[in-house]
Write a protein that binds this ligand. Sequence first.
Ligand code: NAD
Length: 441
Amino acid sequence: MARLCVVGMGYVGLVTALCFAKLGNDVIGMDKDTEKLKLLSEGSPTFYEPGLDELLRDGLDKSMLSFTNDLNWSIDQSDIIFICVGTPPGENGQPDLSQVEEVARSIAGNLNSYKLIVEKSTVPAGTAERVKQTIKLSGGEDVLFDVASNPEFLREGSAIADFLCPDRIVLGVDTRRARIMLKELYRDFDCPVLITDVATAELIKHASNAFLATKISFANLVADICEKVGANINLVVDGLGFDRRIGREFLNAGTGYGGSCFPKDVKAFAAMAGALGINNTLLKEVDRINEDRICSIVKKIEDALWICKNKRIALLGLAFKCNTDDIRESPGIKLVRELVRKGSIVACYDPKAMDNAKSELKSLGDGLSFAETPYIAVNEADALVLMTEWPEFVQLDYSRVKKLMRTPVIIDGRNMLQAIEIEKLGFWYSGIGCHRENRKS
Ligand code: NAD
């Protein structure tokens, strides 16, 4: 059993803390947000993620888990400190590493015996060296410590399963002691464990996210070509995906990638390459294709309705993907802003992300309303736009939807619906990467 402190109780930190507690470690969850800590200590998760409630209650009941804002005490009680704070986008695509720096300085002031400090936040290669230097300069010079990198690959929506059954574990270490401690911590995991130097581990995370984002942008590029030549993207990506060298995952065309990772990590990786004098055109193009996706959805709405102004649009899906309430960089949120800017009257709905969306979009005023059900959202709508692949959107009674709408137009940003079936009901249906006229013939 290890004594762990996890700094930052966001999506990654909380899942990390709960999973390590479930595996029998003694875990302190540390954050500076006292509201968050109060809720967590009462057993209430601060965001939606399947399975989180049970794991939280279990950890608290078994006294494997506690929460505090007292970093000094947390460090004193722990052997390994995980840094899981945010690394949001900063200027010119560079990540803003001020949260990591703040934690490094606080740790320096509280070191009393050997500690292993582990970066789990996604950071550019070279950050661990910075953390080390900051700790030394801020007073941690006399105490032994190591800084390691253990990037996290979990996906929101399946975070617990991803954490507990990862494809691989990457341990970036530069001392024997750090390697032994981390290998011991992960001893029960049944997956490849890749042990590298610290900068390599940091780079693996950025390169992984940039590669996955590239697959998505590639699929979207091919989808645009499909629309021009009358091909069907769903079949094209199946055809690609059966090739084991390519694989089918992350090849879905649609509204583009969102969330707190891919958009910022692609930009950060491009900025890092650019700063090193390396041509970053590939990464910039991946980002540009993604940014264009919202325009292409608006164009589809205009293809059907001609003018967006004063049209009533029902928008289903505000979370950046299903099974989460996270709206950071969500295509649905971006589309709402663009449609309201164009003068549309938008009614939106999401099964889990309504509260986050309400607070994010409160400045948009009268052009926007939040419906309690999808059926209320589509009432009198001129078009329905599907932006997140929530299963409940596939299961809607589309005959009822059609009766409720003013004009029966569906723009399916995730290619979730069976086009032929939907068209049989009398809808104008437009998916991604499949030319309407061609599909009919
Ligand atoms: P988040 O914004 O949800 O959480 C960050 C937390 O850190 C917040 O609770 C905040 O209050 C806390 N915090 C900030 N400064 C602090 C300080 N000085 N002391 C204590 N707590 C502090 O972020 P997240 O989505 O969990 O992401 C964290 C990191 O993990 C990022 O680098 C991200 O890129 C990476 N990552 C995220 C995901 C994901 O799916 N969200 C997956 C893999 C990696």
